[in-house]
Design a protein around this ligand. Sequence first.
Ligand SMILES: CC(C)(COP(=O)(O)OP(=O)(O)OC[C@H]1O[C@@H](n2cnc3c(N)ncnc32)[C@H](O)[C@@H]1OP(=O)(O)O)[C@@H](O)C(=O)NCCC(=O)NCCS
Length: 334
Amino acid sequence: MGPSGGRAATITGLGIELPDRVVSNDELSKSLDTSDEWIGQRTGIRTRRIADPGVCASDLGIVAARRALEAASLAPSSVDLLITASISPDQIFPATASRVAYEIGAVNAGACDLSAGCTGFVYALALATGMVSSGIHQHVVVVGAEVISSVLDWEDRSTAVLFGDGAGAAVVSPANGGGRILGFDLGNDGVGGDMLSLPAGGSRMPASEETLRARAHYLKMSGSQVYRFATRVVVDSARRVLEKCGRNIDEVRLFVPHQANLRIIDAATRRLGIGDDRVYTNLQRYGNTSCASIPLCLHDAKAEGRLQEGDLVLLMGFGAGLTWGACLMEWGEA
Ligand SMILES: CC(C)(COP(=O)(O)OP(=O)(O)OC[C@H]1O[C@@H](n2cnc3c(N)ncnc32)[C@H](O)[C@@H]1OP(=O)(O)O)[C@@H](O)C(=O)NCCC(=O)NCCS
């Protein structure tokens, strides 16, 4: 049975895409007043991928979605819905998902974007699971796609060093016995809306010469406030989803947190009592890829043999909004 008492859903295929260009901390130190030592110690990040100029979120999302469908052995025409989550979408509208669905040949699919900060992938996975569990849809593709480098202020060392580009996609379909998504805990606290945002370019602060001068079309963040929020919600939300599903932390085989900062992950996992051997991280090589971070982790963990059928897996996202979202699943691609 699925989380809502309907049929069970599971992830039947994963796909990723990363830009070729690897940018090290030392390379960033040439144009910013920073160092490999500072970035490494404060965040754990060593390198990130940066897309070439002209590459947009959908370009990466298209490749990731195609690969996820191949992995799931599913024809694009069988997809009922495609959801793209991103903090760096192609445009405000139309939806990035519309182009992704069109380019992969998902001719029978609806397509829409979802905005929930870096929690976008977990939120989209929750909606996909609901659609499949309820029987409204058979196959939903969830894409997290980011070219965050296009909205970073490359003169602001406090944000520019943290993020990276990439995309990850997952196909969500009815479970056939192998694995199943067990439940979610989703949350939002709008009081922290200004702690992490891209202030201008929407209806609240339309584009003008003044917003350009104020560099208000770039990502802004109060790092220390977001840090405090993140360490708290990761622990609380993880505990809530485990309780909702009647499971306990000792049963979790792999914890996959959003890859924002190794110190956030270390502090949270210490409080939760999960050993490093059960925590997956790849932010060291990719930085914070926002909505792409969790599917990138799942893909890499699987490639490294760290995801086996039946494993209890806990996903945990957090980000702008402020939002957070946890998902508990028994891994299995059938
Ligand atoms: C951003 C973050 C790494 C900063 O680490 P921190 O230990 O909190 O550092 P602070 O913000 O207190 O800054 C400490 C000093 O480092 C400086 N600093 C900031 N960025 C720097 C950089 N890239 N290189 C060198 N020094 C830097 C600051 O200017 C500050 O200097 P000051 O003390 O002279 O004013 C950390 O706050 C963080 O990870 N926050 C959460 C971010 C996050 O997860 N965002 C995404 C959520 S989805």
